[in-house]
Design a protein around this ligand. Structure first.
Ligand SMILES: Nc1ncnc2c1ncn2[C@@H]1O[C@H](COP(=O)(O)OP(=O)(O)OP(=O)(O)O)[C@@H](O)[C@H]1O
Ligand SMILES: [Mg+2]
Length: 233
């Protein structure tokens, strides 16, 4: 097995007031296998989103270590300063959320292009890549529309294209089908399965969806801020 992420003894707690401390991640250790779809499951409040945010450098653990084994470089998150973390994240990790967070004042095409422009890509190349991805995700005909003019399923397809524009090795998705109907949810699942196979992207998906757990190569089940079981298919 070749890991892309190795998390060791991750502790995350929140304190509300002086006396109350909520431990969300209780010394969790795990490895994410590259070139696979991993589903993270477990009851509401168990820490799935928190774990995903920490793996994605959107949030910081109180203690523990996270290593990212890139194709050409290894990163230890505890040793990256905040400006390096932002550029590392933009380049190496794509994000898909339940609420897609598309920018309302930009068109679908522009929303997909933005991470590439931030990464320093030439506008013409960013546009070419974005058009390619909109084609692949089946929403090229909506490229000039703004998010509010699009259906939930279309918005989520644009969010997938945006997550993939910098060819990230790792894509983290938090409840990506939580806001979709059954048809769009099925379409989402077959789209990411196809992309995983064609691009070799590693996906980690926090989800309540049994359909996503069913297609995942590995299912990590969380309980009380830790791992209850890891099932490999
Ligand atoms: N900023 C915060 N401040 C305080 N507590 C928080 C904060 N963010 C999350 N929590 C707490 O951490 C726990 C885990 O939250 P998390 O969002 O990771 O759960 P989850 O497994 O993703 O749940 P769901 O399935 O409902 O999305 C919850 O009890 C939540 O209340
Ligand atoms: Mg969550």
């Amino acid at each position: 097995m070749s890991s892309i992420i190795k998390a060791t003894n991750i502790v995350k707690s929140y304190s509300a007031g002086k006396a109350i401390e909520t431990v969300v991640l209780n010394g969790i250790s795990l490895e994410i296998e590259r070139n696979n779809i991993t589903a993270i499951t477990g009851p509401s409040g168990v820490g799935k989103s928190t774990l995903l945010h920490i793996i994605g450098t959107l949030d910081e653990a109180n203690s523990g270590k996270i290593e990212f084994f890139g194709e050409s470089e290894t990163f230890d998150f505890t040793k990256l300063d905040s400006s390096k973390i932002a550029s590392f994240r933009n380049k190496h990790i794509g994000f898909i959320f339940q609420f897609h967070h598309l920018l309302p004042e930009f068109t679908a095409l522009e929303n997909v292009m933005i991470p590439a422009l931030i990464a320093g890509e030439k506008k013409s190349i960013a546009k070419e890549k974005a058009i390619n991805l909109l084609q692949k995700t089946g929403v090229l005909h909506r490229q000039k529309h703004k998010p509010q003019e699009l259906s939930g399923g279309e918005q989520q397809r644009i969010a997938i294209a945006r997550a993939l524009i910098n060819s990230p090795e790792l894509v983290l998705a938090d409840e990506p089908t939580g806001n979709l109907d059954a048809t769009n949810s099925d379409a989402f699942i077959s789209l990411i399965t196809d992309i995983q196979k064609s691009e070799g992207t590693t996906f980690v998906i926090a989800t309540h969806s049994p359909d996503i757990a069913a297609i995942a190569d590995i299912v990590i089940k969380m309980k009380d801020g830790n791992i209850e079981s890891t099932q490999k298919k």
